[in-house]
Design a protein around this ligand. Structure first.
Ligand SMILES: [Cu+2]
Length: 236
C-alpha cells in the first residue's frame, strides 16, 4: 500500500508539483529582493544567482552521489544570493539611499505640450506662449485616451493659491456653467507648478475648467479634440 502510494501519487504528481513550488518560491523571493534593492545591486545579485545555479547544476549532474562536503558547497552556492540580497535589501549591508529602491521608482510623468495652463492673476487663466501668458477662456488639448488626462498647471502668481479643476460643462461656450466635478486639482501657491493626472481620461468634447479658489472669475472651456489631432502631429 505504501509503495503503491509512492509509485502512483507521490512520484508522478507530488514530486513535479513540489519542484514547481520550490522554483516559484526561488524566483519569487529573488524578485522580491531585487525590487527592494537598487538597479546595480539587483544586477550584481542576478549574476551571483545565475553563477550559483550553473555551479549547482554542473556539480549535481557530474556526481552520482553527493558527499557531505559537496552538499554543503551546494547549499552555500544556492543560499548566497538570498542571504546577500536580503542583507542588502534590508539595509544591513551598504546603505541604500531613500527613494532609490526599484520598488520606489515611479515612471516620470510628462504633460503633453498642449496640456499646459497657467495663472498669473486671479481674474483668468492664461496660455504660456513664448515667455508671455495669453489670457484665455478656451483651452484646446488633444485627447490622451480613456485611461488618463495628464496636464501641467503653472501658478505664476507669487504668494497666491490657485488650482485647476475640471468639471462637466453645462450651458455652452458663450455661457459656461459647471456641471459635475470630474477632477479636483491640487491647490498650489505660486510661484509653483504641478503635474496633474485626471483619471479616467477625457473623451473628446467640451468641459468646464475652474480655479476652486476663484470660481467667479477663473473659469473657461476645455476643448478635448480627437486623439492625435493637430497637436500630436508636430510632436513626431
Ligand atoms: Cu485662482
Amino acid at each position: 500500500m505504501q509503495t503503491d502510494f509512492r509509485n502512483r501519487v507521490f512520484l508522478p504528481i507530488m514530486v513535479p508539483v513540489l519542484i514547481l513550488l520550490v522554483m516559484a518560491a526561488f524566483i519569487g523571493t529573488l524578485a522580491l529582493i531585487f525590487l527592494h534593492g537598487t538597479h546595480e545591486m539587483s544586477l550584481m545579485l542576478a549574476i551571483v544567482a545565475a553563477g550559483g545555479i550553473l555551479f549547482t547544476v554542473a556539480l549535481a549532474t557530474s556526481q552520482d552521489r553527493l558527499d557531505p562536503v559537496r552538499r554543503t558547497v551546494l547549499g552555500v552556492a544556492v543560499l548566497t544570493p538570498f542571504v546577500l540580497g536580503a542583507l542588502f535589501a534590508g539595509g544591513v549591508l551598504g546603505a541604500i539611499p531613500e527613494g532609490e529602491r526599484m520598488i520606489d521608482v515611479e515612471p516620470p510623468v510628462e504633460a503633453p505640450e498642449d496640456a499646459v495652463l497657467a495663472a498669473e492673476n486671479s481674474d483668468e487663466f492664461c496660455l504660456p506662449v513664448d515667455g508671455e501668458c495669453e489670457p484665455t477662456e478656451l483651452w484646446t488639448v488633444a485627447s490622451q485616451g480613456e485611461e488618463q488626462f495628464v496636464y501641467l498647471f503653472d501658478n505664476q502668481e507669487a504668494g497666491v493659491p490657485h488650482n485647476l479643476s475640471i468639471n462637466e460643462l453645462e450651458g455652452d461656450r458663450d455661457d459656461p456653467q459647471p456641471g459635475e466635478q470630474l477632477h479636483e486639482g491640487e491647490v498650489i501657491t505660486g510661484v509653483d507648478e504641478v503635474i496633474e493626472i485626471a483619471t479616467p481620461g477625457l473623451e473628446p468634447g467640451d468641459y468646464y475648467f475652474v480655479c476652486d479658489v476663484h470660481p467667479a472669475t477663473m473659469i473657461g472651456v476645455l476643448e478635448v479634440t480627437e486623439e492625435g489631432e493637430d497637436t500630436e502631429a508636430d510632436e513626431a
